[in-house]
Design a protein around this ligand. Structure first.
Ligand SMILES: [Zn+2]
Length: 326
């Protein structure tokens, strides 16, 4: 479900060499707590390369704080509250969420060279409404989009066409199904739901019968699959399903336990995917069973980092991981 993330537009200011025009507001509780309103003068902090955040209001100009919106700014559906976050429940029709999922489709399949701007234009021009539509794009479609020449158009079309042989797992990953993680996808496939038909027709009861899947998660995965049926179908209509390659058990990744923290040069999902495809295992926390913590940071306050230090777990960078994976 699309989370509504408040972002503050601020007067341009230079912080550690970068011109800042936006600052994160995290969630609406924080806006209320810090009593932030439009035109207030605020203190901004920037740690590392992450988006700067508002520390506090220095001078109050407008009384009160900004009220949370009641409707999605993209599709005007009434928003729902989940924990601290406001979410748009209109998963299959909300333009912002579809654009986000189309972006993630390209990232997941590592289709390079398509910018957010290009995806937005393709969407506006009705050339890409579902992920499968990418496969039908022609070089001329890209040429018709301002700023893209024949060469980059040809490159992108070739990139897309090179992603036509997909495993079932890749298809499900690329369909960006809410609450259906890579690890759950593997679990289902291994449990015998190994064709698109079996996945598309799975029931809540079948999901709940699998280990570690409680009724709430079963319902969420089921709903996610329903909401993304047209996504999945559009991919299926344009690709060839292939069998997964057998995993090289000699690889240095095979059977090892990994955790990941901090920013990477690729979306985290891409790295996690690589670990799993090489037979490695992923955990959301660092324990004594962890073999490697992957991070590009040399110091961090994350609990994974602290635990790794405490337990003497090997900390490696993204590029060191890639060397191990070779
Ligand atoms: Zn929406």
């Amino acid at each position: 479900m699309g989370t509504i993330t408040p972002v503050a537009q601020v007067d341009p200011i230079e912080i550690s060499g970068a011109i800042i025009t936006y600052a994160s507001l995290a969630n609406y509780d924080l806006i209320k707590e810090k009593n932030i309103n439009i035109n207030d003068i605020v203190e901004i902090q920037r740690r590392g390369d992450v988006i700067p955040h508002i520390e506090k209001v220095v001078t109050k100009i407008s009384s009160g704080y900004i009220l949370a919106p009641t409707h999605c700014p993209s599709c005007h559906t009434p928003l729902i509250q989940e924990n601290k976050f406001l979410k748009c429940p209109n998963i299959s029709k909300c333009p912002s969420q579809i654009l986000g999922s189309l972006r993630l489709f390209c990232d997941t399949l590592e289709i390079k060279g398509i910018s957010d701007k290009t995806i937005a234009k393709l969407y506006q021009l009705n050339l890409v409404k579902l992920p499968g539509d990418f496969y039908n794009l022609k070089v001329s479609d890209f040429e018709n989009i301002a700023g893209l020449g024949n060469k980059s158009g040809t490159n992108i079309v070739n990139e897309i066409q090179s992603k036509k042989n997909l495993t079932l797992k890749q298809i499900l990953d690329a369909a960006i199904i809410p609450n259906f993680s890579s690890q759950r996808i593997i679990q289902l496939i291994n449990a015998g739901f190994n064709t698109p038909e079996k996945i598309l027709n799975i029931t809540v009861a079948q999901l709940e019968a699998l280990s570690g899947i409680q009724i709430t998660l079963a319902e969420k995965i089921y709903q996610g699959i329903q909401d993304r049926k047209d996504f999945i179908q559009s991919i299926l209509n344009n690709i060839v399903i292939v069998k997964p390659k057998t995993i090289n058990q000699e690889s240095k990744i095979f059977g090892k336990n990994f955790a990941v923290t901090g920013d990477l040069s690729v979306p985290r999902k891409v790295l996690e995917e690589k670990i799993i495809s090489l037979g490695g295992k992923l955990a959301s926390s660092v324990t004594s069973n962890t073999n490697y913590l992957i991070t590009n940071e040399s110091e961090s306050n994350s609990s994974k980092f602290k635990n790794a230090k405490k337990l003497g777990i090997k900390i490696i960078s993204e590029s060191e991981f890639n060397q191990l994976a070779e």
